[in-house]
Every structure is written in C-alpha cells, then in structure tokens.
Design a protein around this ligand. Structure first.
Ligand code: NAP
Length: 273
C-alpha cells in the first residue's frame, strides 16, 4: 500500500485495509511518501514494487497530493503492473472486463455482484439501473450486470426525469455521492436497492431532514457530531424489496473483494499468467 501525504480520511482507510489484510493472514506493508514528494518519486516506488517478486498486490491510496500535478493519479495508476492491480483500475484490466475475460475487477462493483449472488437475487432478464458513471463504480457495475444478462441503463447528472427511469428498475444501484438522494419516488415497490454511497453529515439541518425523530442516527449525531448516510434515503426501506445498509453494506464487501483480488493475483502470477 502506498500512501502519499497526510489526508486524515486516507490514513483511516489505509489503517483499516492493513488490519483486514493482516487479519486474513496476508503480509501488508505501508510505503509512505511525504506530501512534498514528486510524481517521479511516486512512479519510482511503483516501479520498484512492480519489480519485487514478493509483492502480489499494489494499492495506491487516492487522492495523491495536488503538488504532483493534475494527471498524477492517471500516471501512477497506469504505471502499476496490471497483474498486481488489485483495485482493477488499470486500462488493461478494464479492457479485459469489457471483453468478459478473466481480469482483476474494481472491488466495489465486484462486492455488489457478490451481494446479489449470495442473496439469490436474479439478474438474468431483469432491468438494472445504475445511477453514476464513474470509472471505479458506475461503469464496471454496468458491465458486470450486463455480463449476468441484465438489461442495463446507466444514468448520470444529465439524465432526464431520473426518478421515472429509476422506477423501472428491478435492481437499482446508487453510486452518486449525494446524501439520501434516492427517495421513495425513485423506487419500484419490491425492487432491490444497492446503496454504494458513503456520505458524512455534519449539519443538524441535514440530519433532521433525513432521519426521523428519535432514530438511532439522530442519537448518534447528538453524541458524535457527525453521522454516515448513503445515497439512498432511509425511507426507501419501506418500498424496496431489499436495501443495503450504510455503513455495513457495500463498504465491507469492497474490502473483502480487495482480499479476493489479492489471492487471485497471487495465484495467477504463480501460474505464470
Ligand atoms: P463520482 O466519481 O463522483 O461519480 C458520481 C456519479 O454520480 C457521476 O457519474 C455523476 O454524474 C453522478 N451524479 C452526480 N450528481 C448527480 C445527480 N444529481 N443526478 C444524477 N447523477 C448524478 O463518485 P464515485 O467514485 O462513483 O462514488 C460514488 C459514491 O460511492 C460516493 O458516495 C463514494 O463515497 C461512494 N463509494 C463507496 C465505496 C464503498 O466502498 N462503499 C467505494 C467507492 C465509492 P456525471 O458523470 O454526469 O457527473
């Protein structure tokens, strides 16, 4: 794992991943770069890890310091050996995914599919609507659903009458980054709703708008001054057939898929593939 700079959220993510990876019996090592490190230094570190045969997986924590330049993330992620790219962000792995060939696939959408499969929720012939078209969630999610024979619609900020489109979904995936954006009127009764969003609320007004009086979330906010909410409004629970919680839904599945991809990468490299 490569961590550049001192972003507090990144520190938490990296600490959690190191613990989880260690608990699973893998060796995890953290390589730190100063906030003042250059893009060349970051690339040199990635090249050294590519060349180290003892390393099966490379995770570079985003964001990189702004001083590395606007295209730093693309340059650094592109430099990772695709065989060690357990985030599944490398264009080579994205191409393999599109062609439905064995690949290291982005962990969050992979976790969503794992969740649907384990819950026995059919995808074949169903209409799946994915709100969000990012390279790390929306697009690979759409591709994975398509490969499981769902009919897929991808929505974004320019989609006209989004609630009406979303209401046609048997499976609705929200990966937007806007607190409680998907309300009851977006959801067909009985639909399966996957909430990928993780948003931190710090304002009392937002908490009051989203959570009912006397709810656990309001209590948690009163105690801690912040509370997490997904992209889906909690009221959706009353109309959806199934709804993933935030936290404790897609997030832990994402970390589990980092581990799975690490094992896959190690096995493929051992087999010389
Ligand atoms: P992102 O790169 O910011 O993409 C957000 C997408 O939502 C964009 O495609 C954007 O459309 C769309 N969008 C924004 N506002 C919209 C609106 N008003 N109506 C319709 N679509 C709208 O975000 P991301 O990286 O995909 O992440 C999405 C969320 O998932 C965030 O809350 C993030 O924290 C969370 N996340 C969670 C995990 C996990 O492990 N659970 C992992 C990754 C991300 P345009 O393309 O048109 O701008």
């Amino acid at each position: 794992m490569v961590l550049a700079g001192q972003n507090p959220a990144s520190e938490v993510y990296v600490r959690n991943k190191i613990k989880t990876v260690g608990d699973a019996g893998c060796r995890a090592e953290l390589f730190r770069l100063d906030a003042s490190a250059t893009l060349s230094e970051a690339l040199a570190l990635v090249h050294a890890l590519n060349a180290d045969n003892a390393v099966d997986a490379i995770l570079v924590q985003s964001p990189l310091p702004e001083s590395m330049g606007a295209d730093a993330e693309e340059r650094v992620f592109d430099a990772i050996d695709p065989a060690k790219d357990v985030d599944g962000f490398h264009p080579y792995n994205v191409g393999l995914l599109v062609q439905k060939r064995p690949a290291l696939v982005a962990c969050t959408p992979l976790g969503c599919i794992e969740l649907l499969e384990r819950e026995g929720i059919p995808m074949k012939g169903k209409h799946a609507v994915v709100i969000g078209r990012s390279d790390i969630v929306g697009k690979p999610m759409a591709m994975l659903l398509l490969h499981r024979h769902a009919t897929v619609t991808v929505c974004h900020s320019r989609t006209v009458d989004l609630p009406a489109v979303a209401r046609t979904a048997d499976i609705l995936v929200a990966a937007i980054g806007r607190p409680a954006f998907v309300t009851r009127d977006f959801v067909k009764p009985g639909a399966t709703v996957i909430d990928v969003g993780i948003n931190t609320l710090t304002s009392q007004a937002d908490v009051d708008r989203i959570f009912a009086e006397g709810s656990r979330k309001r209590q948690a906010f009163a105690e801690k001054g912040s509370v997490l909410v997904g992209d889906v409004h909690p009221d959706v629970e009353t109309v959806a057939g199934a709804l993933t919680p935030v936290p404790g839904g897609v997030g832990p599945l994402t970390v589990a898929m980092v581990l799975r991809n690490t094992v896959t990468a190690a096995e493929l490299r051992k087999a010389g593939m």
